[in-house]
Design a protein around this ligand. Structure first.
Ligand code: NAD
Ligand code: DAU
Length: 358
């Protein structure tokens, strides 16, 4: 079991990788609102998953480049430490990744380069310049669990910090490798680092390739929701602001070398989610289409968040129905933000379907 620091860290300068994507940009907005004294630089490759509008009006410096570019990362980590007078006041929060499982089916090596190699590049620079690294990882590194109540061994389990790694996809394997590399840099190179593995996030600014925004933006365009397979797969939903508050609890009070599991007791089947969305749109709950399942599709994820409770963090968004309704309202009000990326994402889906089901 982890314990918190006797004296909280005082972080004043951050390098946020992937800060123009979904969770990273919400982290930037939340930090500016809650901690106006923190100076933020964002490093983002501005891939298809980034939206320049995510950072507009924030005033943070955006450096466009890759986490796998060792020379650029070194320069940014050096300048992060400068001027603080205390290397302990600077940290890298590492969100940047190729994050979508379906894309890993088409182009797996891109995931290894960004997620695995990019994390090693950052870890090495942080060792060299004595800067703390917080690595954002995923519950998918643990593989999946049987459905609750199925009577299968493990069906009442949740992932804990002691669950062995068993990733199913190249995405989750690339994140698992990154976690192992961070731990190796801690043990053998003296890196100061923390890791968090979080469950499925929802909220504003999530790319329309992902499950909930794909269905929400589709419904706003008058289309019918699309469920992979039977829809019985379970995800453990958490609001993105709760995830980011948990990251701040770890930055403030987490113990270097430790791993924290972030979750909000939000298990829902995909079918339940689609029915809830249909309800918000005043439609028949069962008006959806079953489409070809994802190969290797993980059945159930569930997080035991006690390592975060020990740090004094608990989620604020405990009403999933209300959080989902707010998220729908955000997409309704921000058509300009998602219209082009939805079209692009649907083209990629069509191309993937042709590969998987020629
Ligand atoms: P996202 O795809 O919305 O954003 C990823 C960002 O990283 C984008 O802005 C993209 O341009 C940037 N990026 C990609 N390759 C890069 C590179 N080589 N160098 C620099 N920047 C690069 O992803 P997200 O959903 O916000 O996820 C952020 C992190 O959180 C990822 O590490 C992901 O594994 C992890 N995570 C996500 C979830 C979830 O539900 N979305 C849950 C748990 C953990
Ligand atoms: O658990 C954390 C992970 O959650 C993160 O590490 C990933 O970055 C993030 O993308 C997410 O992975 P999932 O694969 O769980 O998310 P996705 O939104 O792709 O799919 C959620 C569930 O919905 C999954 O069971 C597949 C299903 N699905 C997805 C789409 C796009 C559908 O049924 N229909 C769809 O159209």
């Amino acid at each position: 079991m982890t314990t918190s620091l006797d004296r909280p860290r005082r972080i004043t300068r951050l390098l946020v990788t992937g800060g123009a994507g979904f969770i990273g940009s919400n982290f930037v907005h939340r930090t500016l609102a809650m901690r106006p004294d923190v100076h933020i630089t964002v490093l983002d490759a501005m891939t298809y998953a980034a939206n320049p509008a995510n950072l507009s009006g924030t005033g943070v410096e955006l450096v466009v480049g890759s986490v796998a570019d060792a020379a650029l990362v070194d320069r940014l980590v050096v300048s992060l430490g400068e001027g603080t007078g205390d290397a302990g006041g600077a940290a890298v929060v590492h969100f940047a990744a190729e994050s979508h499982n379906d894309n890993a089916l088409r182009d797996p090596l891109r995931f290894v380069r960004t997620n695995t190699e990019g994390t090693a590049v950052l870890a090495e620079a942080c060792v060299r310049h004595g800067v703390h690294l917080h690595h954002i990882s995923t519950d998918e590194v643990f593989g999946d669990l049987p459905l609750r109540g199925s009577g299968e061994p493990g069906s009442e389990d949740r992932f804990t910090v002691d669950t062995p790694y068993a990733p199913s996809s190249v995405y989750s394997a690339s994140k698992a490798s990154a976690d192992h590399l961070v731990r190796a840099f801690v043990r053998s190179h003296g890196l100061s680092a923390t890791i968090s593995n979080c469950s499925n996030n929802y909220g504003p600014r999530q790319h329309p390739e992902k499950f909930l925004p794909r269905q929400i933006t589709g419904l706003l365009d008058g289309e019918t929701p699309r469920l992979y397979g039977t829809g019985e797969n379970v995800r453990d939903w958490i609001h993105v602001d709760d995830h980011n508050d948990a990251v701040w609890a770890i930055l403030d009070r987490g113990v270097a070398g430790e791993t924290y599991l972030i979750g909000a007791d939000g298990e829902r089947s995909n079918l339940e989610c689609v029915r809830a969305l249909n309800g918000i749109f005043g439609r028949d709950g069962d008006d959806f289409v079953h489409v070809t399942d994802r190969p290797g599709h993980d059945l159930r994820y569930a997080i035991d968040p006690s390592s975060m409770h020990a740090l004094g963090w608990t989620p604020r968004f405990t009403d999933f129905a209300a959080g989902l309704a707010d998220t729908v309202a955000w997409y309704r009000d921000h058509r300009d933000w998602w219209e082009t990326s939805r079209k692009d994402a649907e083209l990629v889906y069509r191309a993937t379907e042709d590969i998987l089901d020629p």
